[in-house]
Design a protein around this ligand. Sequence first.
Ligand code: PLP
Length: 370
Amino acid sequence: MTRDLDPSTVVVHAGRPERVPDAPVGESPVFSSTYVAGGDRGYGRFGNDAWTALEETLGQLEGGRGLAFASGMAAAAAIMDLVPVGGRVVAPEHAYSGVLALLDQQTATGRLTVERVNVADTEGVARAVAGADLLWIESPTNPAMEVADIPALAAAGHTAGATVVVDNTFATPLLQQPLRLGADVVMHSATKFIAGHSDVILGAVVTADDELRSAIELRRRSLGAIPGSMDAWLALRGLRTLALRLERAQSNAAFLAERLLQHPKVSRVRYPGLPDDPGHDRAAAQMSGFGAILSVELGGDAAAAQKVCESTELWVHATSLGGVESMLERRRRWPIEVPTIPEDLIRLSVGIEHPDDLWSDLEQALSSST
Ligand SMILES: *Cc1c(COP(=O)(O)O)cnc(C)c1O
């Protein structure tokens, strides 16, 4: 080929079996707990062809080598385990609540110390990262939609000698490649956009650093946080259509963000694609699109926001995101959500339905609140 392939082509073709006569076109799940002695693989906890295909595809997209995990949290836990006992982690004030809860647990047992920062405040993060072992970044953040300056934070983290990790779940490997922006490790909840159909829990790590990769792979083996072959295959099958799904979901999200901004019952729309959003310029500089998640505040109490979530007919009232079906929820309905997330904040994961149908259902649900 005379040109570098576009990521929307790579996502379709990477990680496929070699094209020899009668080879299958795509990888299949392999249901074997062990392998005949004499080869490199040995045992089902050490490798599986379906993982490898998914890992190669994610690796090519992100610019590193992938590792599949049983869940996004399993991937996050394996990365956190790299921090030495008594080590220091700098993490976002707002980020996926499960990751923050994991850090709280590790602080409570004395394993780590954690300093929480606003990832949008580049200078604040640079100050906090001095002496840290690991800088955890999420961008855009779940569900506050703040945007971190990844190149600047990666540089600050490296000056301080910290390993820089980016949770790239919201952006997906198609819209943002943190390794190319200077990060050491990328983590995904592949449960979300990568698998894309709300039918599998899966995680992934990608790094271009072989030493880090071996250390993380060793943890996958020893902590046993391995995905099932069928789940890895489902995620791979979902991933093949990510470019198309995102194209539609993103244009739906942009359309809905504009509509919501005009709606009298909406007091704030958080979406980096809006020109007035505080993260807009940064997101435009480091992402090739603004994604399909947005958050809205209604300016009322929790009950009114809850009523809206319970009044939709098309939008699914459920947690999670990144599926083909649009979903919404009030994040503070979860006791572990960070208290500085407003009580009336609703996170919307925009799917691939027709935008007019999505809007008409939201309008109908908004009119139910007083
Ligand atoms: C869902 C999510 C996770 C956790 O992933 P699981 O696959 O549910 O374990 C981590 N980070 C972000 C940003 C998420 O949305």
